[in-house]
Design a protein around this ligand. Structure first.
Ligand SMILES: Nc1nc2c(ncn2[C@@H]2O[C@H](COP(=O)(O)OP(=O)(O)OP(=O)(O)O)[C@@H](O)[C@H]2O)c(=O)[nH]1
Ligand SMILES: [Mg+2]
Length: 462
């Protein structure tokens, strides 16, 4: 396992404790308090965007309730714990422990009125949660007002709450309607995630509803949303959320697979009618059990069920083969990769915040000179260099770095894929030259960062 950036910073800061006065030590310990915990990624978005469905897909278990109506009313933090249980945190500071229900879901009642609950912690024995804590949130600006909790949690309206509970990164679920208020929300989340676009990714959920499930159309829309939200999110990924949940939670049974194959084998006219429309899919007279058709549609959505039938027509057989084909189509693997990357970034962002807080102590307390030295040494650690890289990428992509277009392209390519540079030594010399000659402070910083990326690459740490 690689050492996390925040633990490197925590260790470095701890080493200077003996040299500091008790007041500074106390403040420093507060800064380091959360370093050992995995980074937190909050799933946010408008009501019914599919947030809880996405959380289930990520956790691989249908633990968060989902519903067509407004559903999630409480901020739920999913954390690793061998003994599974739910801790209910009241707004008055009290806590109580509940069991998951018999289906392994969050229980319907929490032992106190929802209005009195601040948030819940759901402990699950799920390996993925060792590396990241996932937070399900009520829809922002919901009719019931539950979204206020999200805003509080993410620190949009209350900075002090933000300091305690806010997420290190945000996964923002966008809808195909491309609502303009989503951009406004994101601007607020941007400040919740340290004001950096690398702390947030957008997911275009319910991609099955974009142009009848047309992949190219969803990718195109995701690309346009990413352009519009540049500066707020790193990227926007299309996702068939419901299908992703069905597959990662193992919901597709052999009975379902048999029903899919049976539908693929009915006469062409009947099949086309079944696939044309969600109500026909269930209601039409056809030689496949109606309850089985209804279940398919519940589990996969109409377009997902229709796609499954298409895969069966192409020869897929059995639940495992169908699930593989659906999984590849859903965009789940891309989301997984992005989430791993986001988690790493989140850790580095947290480390950067810790350093900034330590800086404030170092320059605010008269006795804290040793801390200053440690902070400076930590800033140049390779684990934290990725932070300079993302700043440089932002500067390059936004045009803030005034460099020749060809130099910008080369810088971006090097930062994104340092391994693509054939002659590292020659490239390091070139970037040194750019740094000296470009005459633009932002450009200089970018050139220095690219050069350092290559030096770390040469040492095998990048
Ligand atoms: N067609 C389709 N429906 C989806 C998809 N993802 C979720 N849904 C449905 O959308 C509805 C809302 O899903 P939830 O996951 O409860 O949404 P949410 O964002 O958590 O909603 P709130 O908690 O109420 O804010 C449910 O009926 C889901 O089955 C999807 O990818 N495609
Ligand atoms: Mg929900």
């Amino acid at each position: 396992m690689t050492t996390s950036a925040s633990s490197v910073v925590a260790e470095g800061l701890a080493s200077v404790r003996p040299a500091l006065a008790p007041a500074s030590v106390e403040r420093l310990d507060q800064v380091c308090a959360r370093a050992a915990e995995p980074p937190t990624v909050a799933v946010a978005g408008r009501v019914s965007a599919g947030k809880s469905t996405l959380v289930n897909a990520v956790v691989g278990r249908r633990v968060a309730p989902t519903d067509a109506g407004e559903c999630t009313e409480i901020v739920a933090r999913f954390r690793f714990g061998r003994a599974e249980h739910v801790v209910v945190h009241g707004r008055d500071g009290t806590t109580s422990v509940r069991r998951l229900d018999d289906d392994g879901r969050i229980p319907a009642t929490l032992g106190m009125p929802v209005a009195e609950v601040d948030h819940i912690e759901v402990h699950l024995a799920n390996r993925r949660l060792r590396a990241v804590e996932i937070v399900d949130t009520p829809g922002v600006s919901s009719a019931s007002g539950a979204g206020d909790r999200t805003e509080r949690y993410l620190g949009i309206d209350d900075v002090s709450t933000a300091a305690v509970g806010r997420a290190d990164a945000v996964l923002y679920l966008l809808t195909h309607t491309g609502r303009t208020d989503e951009a406004t929300d994101l601007a607020s989340f941007g400040s919740a995630s340290g004001g950096r676009s690398d702390g947030a990714i957008g997911v275009l959920g319910k991609a099955d509803l974009v142009a009848g499930g047309d992949r190219a159309a969803a990718e195109d829309l995701a690309g346009r949303l990413a352009d519009r939200l540049q500066g707020s999110v790193r990227t926007v990924l299309p996702l068939w959320t419901l299908v992703a949940e069905a597959v990662s939670c193992g919901r597709l049974s052999e009975d379902d697979a048999r029903a899919v194959v049976a539908i693929s084998a009915v006469d062409t006219t009947t099949r086309e009618l079944l696939l044309a429309d969600a109500s026909l899919f269930v209601d039409l007279d056809a030689p496949v059990d109606r309850a089985a058709r209804q279940r398919l549609q519940d589990v996969l959505g109409h377009t997902g069920a229709a796609r499954a039938v298409g895969f069966a027509a192409d020869g897929a057989r059995g639940a495992a083969q169908l699930a593989d084909a659906l999984d590849a189509m859903s965009g789940r693997a891309e989301l997984d990769r992005a989430l791993v990357e986001l988690t790493e970034r989140a850790d580095v962002l947290r480390a950067a915040r810790m350093l900034a807080s330590a800086d404030a102590i170092a320059y605010g307390e008269p006795d804290a000179a040793p801390l200053r030295d440690v902070v400076e040494q930590l800033r140049v650690r390779p684990e934290l260099h990725v932070l300079d890289e993302t700043t440089a990428l932002d500067d390059l992509r936004s045009g803030r770095a005034r460099l020749q277009p060809e130099v910008v392209d080369r810088a971006v390519a090097t930062l994104v894929e340092p391994a693509s540079v054939p002659d590292i030594d020659a490239a390091i010399d070139q970037w040194r030259e750019v740094e000296v000659l470009c005459g633009d402070p932002v450009g200089e910083r970018v050139a220095r960062t690219v050069g350092r990326t290559l030096m770390l690459r040469r040492r095998g740490v990048r």
